[in-house]
Design a protein around this ligand. Structure first.
Ligand SMILES: [Mn+2]
Length: 572
C-alpha cells in the first residue's frame, strides 16, 4: 500500500550546541523530545542507580511488612496474576522474590476464556478453600472493588499491584502498589515492573533472604523478567522503562533462569545477542501463546522450573503451542480477509468479520493484521456461550474506545484503549445494529480523510554520510521500542543499478544503487520483493531505510535496510 512519508521537524538552530554530540544524534534526540543536556545524558547512558526508590509507593512498607507477617504466621499466600506476557513474568518475579526469602507461594492465573480478566469470586472461593490469608495480584485487580470486598469477607487480605487505568473508586484493599496511586515519580511502568519494585523493596529491607545474594545483586536477577513485561505490554521505552529494558537485556543474555534459557534455545535465538526485537517477536509471543491457546499455567510453570529435563519438555511444548497459535491466527486472518473482500466492504470506514468457531484469544492478533493490511479499524467476532465477543484494532485517526462508549447500551462488557479494545454484545441480535452504529461513527470522523498509513522518518541524509561512525552513533539510542523507534533515514534521487530477488521463497529484494557521485551502495529489503515488479535499472528512487551492520569474515560494514521506496523518475 502507498504510504505517506512524514519528516519529523528539524531541530532548532543552536539546539544542543556544546553538549558534545554529533549533529545527527542531536536530531535523533530532538525527534524523541529529549530537549535538555541532562535528559540527553540520562537517555544515552541509562544507569541502574537512577531507578526510583521503591519506597516512593505510599503503601510499600505496609505491603512488605504484611508479606513477612505471612511468613511469621506460616500463612498460605497466593500470587494472582494476569495471563499475558506482562502478568506472567510479573507473577514469576513475585513468586521468586518470596522464595528467596523462604516464603512458598502459589501462583493462580485465571483462564482467559472461562474466567476472563481480573479477580473473580469463584477464584476467591478456590483460594479461600485452601485457607489463603494473603493474595497479591499482579497486572490486574485495580478495577475489582466488589471482588476485593468479597475476599475480605472470606478472611483474605488483598494486596493489589497493577498499572491499569484507575477506576473512579479504588478498591479498599489491604495495600495498593500502582504507579498512578500516590506520588511515584514515573507513571508508565508495566505490571511486571510494579512487581519488580516490590522485589526491590524487599531486597532493600532489613529482612534476610535464604539465598546467598542480597540487595542489588539479588534484585538484578529478576530484572530480565521485568524487561519482558515492559516490551511485551508495549510500554514507552523512556525513563525507568529504558533502564529496566537495558539491564534486563544484559541479565537475559546470561540468565540463570532455566526455563527462560530453554525458551530462548527453542526459539532459535540462543546464539544471537538478545534485543528488544527478540523479546517482542520471539519470547513474549511464546509466553502469550499458553494463555491464548489454553491455560497460562504452562508459561508460569516453565519460568519457575528448576529441573533441566522438565524445563526442556515444557519449552518444546510451548514452542509447538506457539506454532499452533501462529497457524490458527493465519487461518482466521485468511478467512476474515475473504469475508471482507467477498462482501466488497474493504473500502468501508470500518471492517467486520465473524465466525463462531474462532478462538477468542486470537481475535486481537487477527484484527491487528486486518487493520494493517487495509488501514481501516477492524472488529473480529466470535461466539462464546451464546454471546458475541469481539476484539477491535484501530488506526491513529479514530479512537475506538470513545466510539464504543457512545454505544455502551449494546454491551454487557467493553474496555480498552484508543487503538485496541474488546467488547461483548448484550444480545446476539444486536450485531447488525452494532455494525451500523460503528460505521456511522467511523464515517463521521473518517469520510473526508485520505486513509493511507504514514511512515515517519528522522532525517534526510546523503549516502556518503552512511558509515560505521554513523551506525555506532545511532546504536547509542538502543534499546529501541515504543516511544523510541529505530531511526529511519531518507535519501532522495538515487539511481537503481542492480535488482535481484533473493532468499527462501524469493521474498527479499536486493538493490545496488549509485549516489550523485557515482558511488555504489547495497540495499536489502526484507519481504519487499514485490517492488521488483515496478522497478527498472536506471530508475531514480527516494528510499527510506534503517542502518544494519554486516559482519563478514571479521570485517564490518554498514548495510541499508529498505523500509519503503518511491519512484521519482522512470528510466526510458
Ligand atoms: Mn499489563
Amino acid at each position: 500500500m502507498n504510504k505517506n512519508w512524514l519528516n519529523k521537524p528539524s531541530k532548532e538552530i543552536g539546539f544542543g550546541d556544546g553538549w558534545g554530540y554529533s549533529d545527527i544524534i542531536l536530531q535523533l534526540l530532538y525527534n524523541r523530545n529529549i530537549l535538555s543536556q541532562h535528559s540527553a545524558e540520562a537517555f544515552l547512558n541509562p544507569d541502574y542507580k537512577s531507578l526510583h526508590d521503591p519506597y516512593f509507593f505510599p503503601d510499600m512498607k505496609l505491603v512488605v511488612d504484611r508479606i513477612f507477617e505471612a511468613k511469621e504466621k506460616n500463612e498460605v499466600v497466593f500470587i494472582y496474576t494476569d495471563y499475558d506476557a506482562d502478568g506472567i513474568p510479573g507473577g514469576v518475579i513475585l513468586y521468586s522474590i518470596l522464595k528467596y526469602y523462604g516464603i512458598t507461594s502459589e501462583v493462580y492465573t485465571p483462564h482467559r476464556e472461562r474466567e476472563g480478566y481480573g479477580l473473580n469470586n469463584d477464584a476467591i472461593d478456590y483460594m479461600a478453600g485452601l485457607n489463603a490469608k494473603l493474595v497479591i495480584t499482579c497486572d490486574c485487580g485495580i478495577s475489582n472493588k466488589v471482588e476485593v470486598e468479597y475476599a475480605k469477607s472470606k478472611g483474605i487480605d488483598i494486596v493489589i499491584t497493577d498499572h491499569h487505568t484507575l477506576p473512579e473508586e479504588l478498591p479498599e484493599a489491604f495495600g495498593i502498589i500502582h504507579p498512578q496511586v500516590g506520588d511515584y515519580p514515573f507513571k508508565e511502568l508495566a505490571g511486571g515492573s510494579v512487581a519488580f519494585k516490590i522485589a526491590q523493596a524487599i531486597a532493600r529491607s532489613s529482612y534476610k533472604p535464604v539465598v546467598p545474594e542480597t540487595g542489588e545483586a539479588l534484585e538484578k536477577w529478576l530484572i530480565d523478567l521485568a524487561s519482558i513485561s515492559t516490551v511485551g505490554d508495549m510500554m514507552q521505552l523512556v525513563d525507568e522503562n529504558r533502564i529496566i529494558v537495558k539491564y534486563g537485556l544484559l541479565v537475559m543474555n546470561k540468565t540463570r533462569r532455566l526455563g527462560l534459557r530453554k525458551l530462548i534455545e527453542v526459539a532459535g535465538i540462543a546464539e544471537r545477542e538478545l534485543d528488544t526485537y527478540s523479546i517482542g517477536f520471539q519470547i513474549a509471543p511464546r509466553i502469550n501463546a499458553a494463555g491464548r491457546m489454553d491455560h497460562a499455567n504452562a508459561a508460569i510453570n516453565i519460568l519457575i522450573s528448576e529441573d533441566e529435563k522438565e524445563a526442556n519438555v515444557m519449552a518444546l511444548d510451548l514452542n509447538s503451542t506457539n506454532a499452533d497459535r501462529q497457524k490458527e491466527t493465519e487461518k482466521i486472518i485468511q478467512e476474515a480477509e475473504f469475508q471482507i473482500v467477498e462482501s466488497g466492504t474493504e473500502k468501508d470506514m470500518c471492517l467486520f468479520a465473524y465466525n463462531p468457531e474462532w478462538q477468542v484469544g486470537l481475535l486481537g492478533l487477527a484484527a491487528g493484521k486486518l487493520t494493517n493490511k487495509f488501514y481501516r479499524p477492524a472488529f473480529v467476532f466470535t461466539e462464546i456461550d451464546g454471546k458475541l465477543k469481539a476484539s477491535a484494532r484501530s488506526i491513529a485517526e479514530w479512537n475506538v474506545i470513545e466510539a464504543l462508549g457512545k454505544a455502551s447500551e449494546l454491551f454487557s462488557a467493553f474496555g480498552g484503549h484508543p487503538s485496541a479494545a474488546g467488547l461483548t454484545l448484550k444480545n446476539k441480535e444486536d450485531y447488525p445494529k452494532f455494525k451500523a452504529k460503528m460505521l456511522e461513527l467511523a464515517s463521521l470522523r473518517l469520510k473526508d480523510l485520505e486513509l493511507i498509513p504514514s511512515l515517519e522518518y528522522d532525517a534526510e541524509i546523503s549516502l556518503k554520510d552512511v558509515d560505521l561512525k554513523l551506525y555506532q552513533d545511532v546504536e547509542k539510542l538502543k534499546p529501541y521500542g515504543q516511544g523510541n523507534p529505530k531511526p529511519i533515514f531518507l535519501t532522495k534521487n538515487i539511481e537503481v543499478r542492480e535488482i535481484r530477488v533473493i532468499g527462501n521463497g524469493e521474498k527479499h529484494l536486493k538493490l545496488a544503487v549509485i549516489d550523485e557521485n557515482g558511488v555504489k551502495y547495497k540495499m536489502i529489503g526484507f519481504c519487499l520483493a514485490h517492488f521488483c515488479e515496478v522497478l527498472k535499472i536506471g530508475d531514480k528512487i527516494d528510499v527510506l531505510y534503517e542502518l544494519i551492520l554486516n559482519e563478514w569474515n571479521g570485517s564490518k560494514s554498514v548495510e541499508l535496510k529498505i523500509v519503503d521506496i518511491k519512484k521519482v523518475v522512470c528510466s526510458k
